[in-house]
Design a protein around this ligand. Sequence first.
Ligand code: MN
Length: 204
Amino acid sequence: MSFTVPELKYSLDALEPHIDAETMRIHHDKHHAAYVANLNKAIEGTDYAAWNLEALVRDWKELPSSIQTAVRNNGGGHYNHGFFWESIAPNAGGKPSGALAAAMEKELGGFDAFKAEFSKAAMGRFGSGWAWLSFDGKSRKLVIGSTANQDSPMAEGLTPLLGVDVWEHAYYLKYQNRRADYLEAFFNVIDWGKVEERFERVAG
Ligand code: MN
């Protein structure tokens, strides 16, 4: 099986002015496409070509060492970006509601505290990586953290609910070195309905 770049459910300029069309075009059509091409190249002709994406990303340590790094980076890149495109939308932002809002209130001290801690994780990730809101199935609690490069919380046994790409390619054209401004803008495009759906699937 060969992986393909998913089509965006909105136009490249739909997230303006928060995320600009040119960044979206290069990010989706070039960066994401490269992860997909390199993932396919790594697993082509191996037994692992039959694995689904989630298994490749979660269990990359079980792969032969010859393809571990390529799958970790490019499988993670493919998964994280597909996840990211679905986490954002035009006319979005605001705050979560329902069970997720209640869990955030109880475990993290509310939305504002969540936003502060999530932003801190994103600002504190040195170099390239992601900040995450995840669900820990063992403690049944929300967890905020970050990963380097294209690593996934799934490889740590967590279920990601929301992730923000803090690689410079995600924001440099519009925000240059101002990662904090990009993060503030990101909050205007979060599709909380999607994040709530993910939360309810694992925690409900
Ligand atoms: Mn990216």
